[in-house]
Write a protein that binds this ligand. Sequence first.
Ligand code: NAD
Length: 478
Amino acid sequence: MYPEKLELLINGEWCQGSEGKSEPVINPATEEVLAEVPHASVSDLDRALQASAEGFKVWRATSPLQRQAVIEKAASLMQERIDDIARTLTMEMGKPFGESKVEIGFVIDVARWYGEEGKRAYGRLVPSRFPGARQMVVKEPVGPACAFVAWNFPGTNVIRKIAGALGAGCSIIIKPSEETPGTAVAIARCFQDAGLPPGTLNVVFGVPGEVSSHILASSIPRKVSFTGSIPVGKHLLKLSADTLKRCTMELGGHAPVVVFDDADIEKTLNTLAVFKFRNAGQVCISPTRFYVQDKSYKAFVEGFTERAKAVKVGNGMDDGIEMGPLIADRRLDVMDEFVADAKDHGASITTGGERMGNQGYFYSPTVLSDVPDDARIMVDEPFGPLAPITHFNSFDEVVERANSLPFGLASYVFTSDGGKAAKIEDALDAGLVGVNHPGVATPETPFGGVNESGYGSEGGIEGLDAFLRTKFITEVGV
Ligand code: NAD
């Protein structure tokens, strides 16, 4: 049974939409309807906006130590409820239950990290050029915030916004994905049950374009944070321009993986095959363009293919499953289009390349070799279990090819040569570089892209700073 009751959270109260509208939530592994997610009406959104303005006054006046105590209580409640939250996550999103539990563990870590870091929103004193003057730089919460997030990490995407805002002293209205609402509701319940003041956290659902245009037209939110696709990010930026909101944009990428001949190929394959098929490749930092140096190319393709064939695909609630379905049937069509286009461009499919079964949105772990740079899959983010592999000869050539797209989120390098690693770390046009391991996302380190992958960071001291503004105060004679 789907454990979560789906409701909106407005001004500290759980409710249905005032116009009674809703949409079904589908289990992507079984195509069953799990529940109905309520849609907020325009008047519900206006109440949420007003509540966030009032909630902000209360929360910003709450000391960082008291805020941390509430966030810590919410984190403890999430820990107590982890099995139920992870079950909700798997049922609505599809990833294996074990992966869902790891995700909720990460959610708890992020909450704790921001709660603690909120105590350290330090300013500074600057020596003055005016005799007797004291010059102070202080950090204060930016104001009520709003956030819109995608379905691929129903917990992580949500907590990075909620905990970042609350840790900094902001209130927030969040619109999680309508495809994965239950995880967000379960997390929000932990915050409410922990004693968060009414209006500090508001959760709404609806038709995404309608909700975001209404909320962003209001001058109440002073900050918007979005995780999702590049076209939607650009659209939200335009909507935010009229009221000049501060923006954090965590958008898509197309992560190059550079494997040099001097890398330990077996270790590299073991790391990359697991990482590629995690969450069925629906990860903004998923490795998506594999450049392997000439001498290792053949062995790499064979080894990757073997490992892809061994991935156990199925319903994420079943034991031993390593990869679940895609989020929706629209994504199966997109995978087929990528594969057909790659074939037309001369690529070979060494395994996979098709839908699996006829119930649930399963797509086979797919490896494509000899993929030319102008195939669509080397240009557009695949966001699925597809691994296109090509080869390269020289350092300069691979850097140029890796940097050839407008995106710049994650990038990965495998080499045993420290000098080469240092040189390519500098050369890659990306916000994140992982050398010999993929650990580029932790609560305590900045996570974010450059160029069309967006701007602003989540995590690290930068993640807290995204919800703070700077005030300069100078005083004399007091
Ligand atoms: P999509 O762009 O239609 O939707 C992505 C998310 O954005 C959804 O959760 C949706 O609710 C939200 N959204 C869409 N329009 C919105 C609007 N006008 N206002 C506010 N929110 C809005 O894409 P999709 O088909 O669901 O997913 C596939 C693509 O999305 C992929 O190609 C990938 O690039 C991107 N994506 C990126 C991330 C990420 O972490 N960067 C996450 C999920 C999806």
